[in-house]
Design a protein around this ligand. Structure first.
Ligand code: UFG
Length: 332
């Protein structure tokens, strides 16, 4: 079935990493999209749809204007601050942007009778896992203000669903990685804190070395284990979640990961293989707040959404990240 004409999807945070890849996926399926972003961390040139509004979720008037001006049927909500460490140092930014910003968005939606929202959540809602892989009903004990904002908003959405009939799906991402294989958009954070781009910057010579945060974890090689999921697979899951939501068949939350974990040392090894370059490694202390292992149980998303990640090998994920990085830094 082709998407209905004259109805638009509002993508907040559409200039960000996962938002821009999701817009690309929506456009390829024929959806009409309007992107909203305050460009605090996003990149205007990553927005591939024609309609773009530069606005902040804290600006209620601007938000209401967007809903008046465009025939919005559904919202996919990415706009948020996402750095765990920063959220510990400066929680106020997180509670305003992620919580108040989302409340403003929901109130603008309600004013116009918009009742579908796909929400960007995170594995950070779980905190230290009691079991691996992690199912959706695992206890939620977030360890950072960032994780708490995501959990709070899931709870707000559940209350709004009961009271006001808002339909929602929360997608809990594990470690988003990789870039658009066509090289049009990609991962670009400033400052960069994520493992794969940091390792690739070391391969490129943009950094002198990569520091491993902790080598004494209770894991086979002593380093943390993460479940890396390709951003294109995440984008695909948003389209599927929106479709299930419209059919009234969506669950409140889905884990998005491959179900396979890789250690930090393994990631560095794969980056060496893919790039064919030297990567200097320095072993450092643990980074506070890092759980030893985070691996998704993605069964529910596979069964209910019919979601099947295309990029199941770490090599493939790293290869798309590397192609993008070569482009970003002009083929050093
Ligand atoms: N790491 C290093 N050296 C680095 C950077 C990272 O050893 O220079 C390690 C980290 O200690 C961690 C792993 O690599 O063990 C992955 O770290 P990232 O910063 O890439 O990702 P996180 O797992 O910390 O964070 C991700 C998302 C967050 C989300 C979190 C859930 O980026 O948004 O998962 O816990 F909140």
């Amino acid at each position: 079935m082709s998407p209905p004409k004259g109805e638009m999807i509002l993508v907040t945070g559409g200039a960000g990493y996962i938002g821009s890849h999701t817009i690309k996926a929506l456009l390829s399926r024929g959806y009409e999209v309007v992107a909203l972003d305050n460009l605090s961390v996003g990149h205007r040139e990553f927005v591939l749809c024609e309609e773009f509004v530069e606005a902040d979720l804290l600006d209620r008037e601007a938000l209401e204007r967007v809903f008046r001006e465009y025939p919005i049927r559904s919202v996919i909500h990415f706009a948020a601050r996402t750095a765990v460490g920063e959220s510990v140092e400066n929680p106020e930014i997180y509670y305003y942007n992620n919580v108040v910003g989302t409340l403003n968005l929901l109130s603008a939606m309600r004013k116009r009778g918009v009742e579908e929202i796909v929400f960007s959540s995170s594995a950070a809602v779980y905190g230290d896992p009691e079991q691996i892989p992690i199912p959706e009903d695992h206890p939620k004990r977030p360890k950072s203000p960032y994780g708490r904002t995501k959990l709070m908003m899931e709870e707000v959405l559940a209350d709004y669903a009961r009271a006001y009939g808002i339909g929602y799906v929360a997608l809990r991402y594990f470690n988003a990685a990789g870039s658009d294989p066509e090289g049009v958009i990609g991962e670009w954070h400033d400052p960069e804190t994520h493992l794969i781009p940091i390792v690739l910057e070391a391969a490129l010579g943009v950094r002198d070395y990569v520091e491993i945060f902790g080598t004494d974890y209770p894991t086979p090689d002593g380093t943390c284990i993460r479940d890396f999921i390709h951003v294109v697979d995440l984008a695909e899951a948003h389209v599927l979640a929106l479709e299930r939501l419209r059919e009234g068949r969506a669950s409140p939350a889905y884990n998005l990961g491959t179900g396979v974990g890789h250690s930090v040392r393994k990631v560095i090894e794969v980056c060496r293989e893919v790039t064919g370059r030297e990567i200097r490694v320095v072993e450092g202390p643990r980074r506070p707040g890092d759980p030893p292992a985070l691996v998704a149980d993605p069964t529910k998303a596979e069964q209910e959404l019919g979601w099947e990640p295309r990029f199941t090998e770490l090599e493939e994920i790293v290869a798309t990240a590397w192609e993008w990085m070569l482009k970003l830094y002009g083929h050093r």
